[in-house]
Ligand binder design. Structure first.
Ligand code: PMP
Length: 469
C-alpha cells in the first residue's frame, strides 16, 4: 500500500484482474510460446509450454499443491504436520511454497548430483534439506528414497508426498496442464514432447490429450543411464541400462507408478552432452531461460524431427528455469570441465576408432587381486574398471596393484574391492580431444568413452592421447 492510500479490502478488488488471495493462486495458466529459430529445421510449428512462470519457477508447483490438497482431504496431512519428500529440487520448491501458505514444516532429501543452487533455494524457503549420495541403489539405506522413508517413520505427524507413486501427481496434469494445452492450441495439437522423471507430467497431460484426440502422439524424452526406453520397447527392466548421468530432472533407475507406459508412444534418449549444449542454445536462439530438461527435450525433438510434418502442431514442455543451472550449464568453466564445450579439432571418436570393438573388460568387486593381475597382463592393460552388478564402482591401476603386492604378497588372494580406487570418469564420444586430455591425470589415469547410440564403452589412457598428439 502506498503511504497515505486508504487500506483496501480484498473483497473490493476485481479478482479477474490477475489478483490473488495468496501465491498459490498463481500456479498454472502458463504461456505457450512459439519457437522460431532453434526449431528452424522442423517442418511443423513448435510451441514451448513455458512452466517457469509458476511461482516456484517450475511445473512441479502444480502437482505439489495437488498432492498436499489430496492428502489433506484424505486426512493424511494434518494441521502443523511435516511434509517429507525425496526431491531433486523442483517438487521441493512447490511443496515448500504451499507449506508456507498452509503452515506445514518440510524436510527434503536430495542427491549430491543436484545443483547447490537448488538446495540453497529450498533452505531459503525454510525447508530442512538432507543431501544423500547419488550413485547407490534405491534400496540402499543411504539413498535419498530410503532416507526419506526412514524420516517418515521417525517424525511424528509427518506425511511423505511420494511423488513417484502418488497418483495425485499425474492427476494434477490431467486436470490442469492437459486442458490448458488443449485450449491454447484450440485442439490443434498433434505431438507432445516431454522429459520424463516421475512420469506425472507426460502421463497426466498425455492421457487428457489422447482422450480429446486419440491421434495425438506422446513422445517421452529419456536419458542414457535410465531404464524407461528399454522397458517400453522390450518389457524388460534391465539393470544394465543404469549408470550415472548428469542431466537433471529426467530418467530413473526404477519404474515409478506415475509412468503409464500405455500413454507414451515412444521414448527417445538424449546424451548429457547434447542436453547441456541445447540448454544453452534455447537461451541464445529464443531468449527463453529454461532449465536442463528443456535442453534435453529440444535435443530429443530435433532427433525426432522426421516425425513432425508441415501443418502439424508440436508442444514441448519446458519444466523449469535456467537460474537453477547457473553453476552448471550456464557456467563456461563447468561446460569445459565436463568436455561439453564445442571446440574445433579431433574428438574422442577418432581416438577409439582403432580400439577393439569388443568394448570394455571389467572385473567384479569380488574377483581376487591375483585374477586382476592375470587379466591385466593377458590383455596388456595398465588399468581396469571394477563393476558391481553392472555399475562401475571403482578402478585398479597397475601401479596400485604393484605397490600393494610388494607391501604384502598375501593380498593376492583378497578381493579387488580392498584395493580399488575411484571409478573412471565417463565422457561422451563427441568430447573434443583438447578437453579430454586434461581429464587424464596421475590420480585419474584413464577415462571411459561412451558411444551412447551404439551402446559401446572404450577405455582411453594417457598413452592413447599421447599417440594421437
Ligand atoms: N524436468 C525437471 C527439471 C524436473 O524437475 C522434472 C521432475 N523430476 C522433470 C523434468 C520430469 O517431470 P515428471 O516428474 O513430471 O516426469
Amino acid at each position: 500500500m502506498v503511504s497515505g492510500d486508504k487500506p483496501i479490502s480484498i473483497e473490493m478488488i476485481d479478482m479477474s484482474r490477475n489478483v490473488f488471495d495468496n501465491i498459490l493462486g498463481t500456479i498454472g495458466d502458463t504461456p505457450l510460446v512459439r519457437l522460431n529459430r532453434i526449431t528452424a529445421s522442423i517442418d511443423a510449428t513448435v510451441y514451448a509450454k513455458v512452466e517457469t512462470f509458476n511461482p516456484g519457477n517450475s511445473i512441479k508447483d502444480r502437482m505439489a499443491l495437488r498432492m498436499i490438497e489430496d492428502a489433506e482431504r484424505q486426512g493424511l496431512l494434518k494441521p502443523g504436520g511435516t511434509i517429507i519428500e525425496g526431491t531433486s529440487g523442483n517438487t521441493g520448491m512447490g511443496l515448500a511454497i504451499a507449506a508456507i501458505v498452509k503452515g506445514y514444516k518440510c524436510i527434503f532429501t536430495t542427491t549430491d548430483k543436484q545443483s547447490p543452487e537448488k538446495v540453497d533455494a529450498l533452505r531459503a524457503f525454510g525447508a530442512e534439506v538432507i543431501v544423500c549420495p547419488t550413485d547407490v541403489d534405491p534400496e540402499d539405506p543411504r539413498s535419498y528414497y530410503s532416507v526419506s522413508s526412514r524420516l517418515v517413520r521417525e517424525t511424528p505427524n509427518s506425511w511423505k508426498a511420494n511423488q513417484y507413486d502418488n497418483l495425485s501427481n499425474s492427476q494434477a496434469h490431467y486436470e490442469s496442464t492437459g486442458p490448458e494445452i488443449w485450449e491454447q492450441t484450440e485442439g490443434r495439437i498433434d505431438h507432445l514432447v516431454v522429459g520424463v522423471g516421475t512420469g506425472g507430467t507426460i502421463c497426466g497431460t498425455g492421457r487428457y490429450l489422447k482422450e480429446k484426440k486419440p491421434g495425438v502422439k506422446i513422445w517421452g524424452i529419456d536419458t542414457y543411464g535410465s531404464v524407461f526406453k528399454k522397458y517400453k520397447e522390450t518389457g524388460v527392466f534391465d539393470k544394465n541400462e543404469i549408470y550415472p548421468y548428469v542431466t537433471e530432472g529426467i530418467g530413473e533407475d526404477f519404474l515409478p507408478q506415475n509412468v503409464d507406459f500405455s500413454v507414451v508412444d515412444h521414448f527417445e534418449k538424449v546424451t548429457d552432452r547434447d542436453a547441456a549444449i541445447f540448454t544453452r542454445e534455447i537461451v541464445k536462439q529464443e531468449g527463453i531461460w529454461a532449465g536442463n530438461s528443456a535442453g534435453s527435450a529440444i535435443a530429443g525433438l530435433l532427433q525426432l524431427k522426421d516425425n513432425f510434418r508441415k501443418g502439424e502442431t508440436v508442444v514441448v514442455i519446458f519444466h523449469d528455469h535456467g537460474t537453477r543451472y547457473v553453476g552448471k550449464m550456464f557456467n563456461p568453466q563447468w561446460m569445459r570441465m565436463m568436455g561439453y564445450e564445442t571446440v574445433e579439432g579431433p574428438t574422442a571418436r577418432e581416438l577409439v576408432k582403432n580400439k577393439r570393438a569388443a568394448g570394455l573388460v571389467s572385473l567384479e568387486t569380488d574377483a581376487t587381486v591375483d585374477h586382476a593381475i592375470r587379466c591385466m597382463s593377458e590383455n596388456d592393460f595398465s588399468q581396469i574398471p571394477i563393476a558391481q552388478n553392472g555399475r562401475m564402482v571403482g578402478s585398479l591401476s597397475e601401479a596400485a596393484v604393484y605397490a600393494a603386492v610388494i607391501r604384502d604378497p598375501k593380498i593376492r588372494t583378497e578381493p579387488v574391492k580392498t584395493l580399488m580406487q575411484k571409478p573412471f570418469r565417463f565422457v561422451d564420444i563427441e568430447t573434443p580431444v583438447s578437453l579430454l586430455a586434461p581429464m587424464i591425470t596421475p590420480e585419474h589415469p584413464a577415462v571411459l568413452v561412451r558411444d551412447f547410440p551404439a551402446d559401446r564403452t572404450y577405455i582411453l589412457t594417457g598413452y592413447d592421447v599421447l599417440k594421437a598428439l
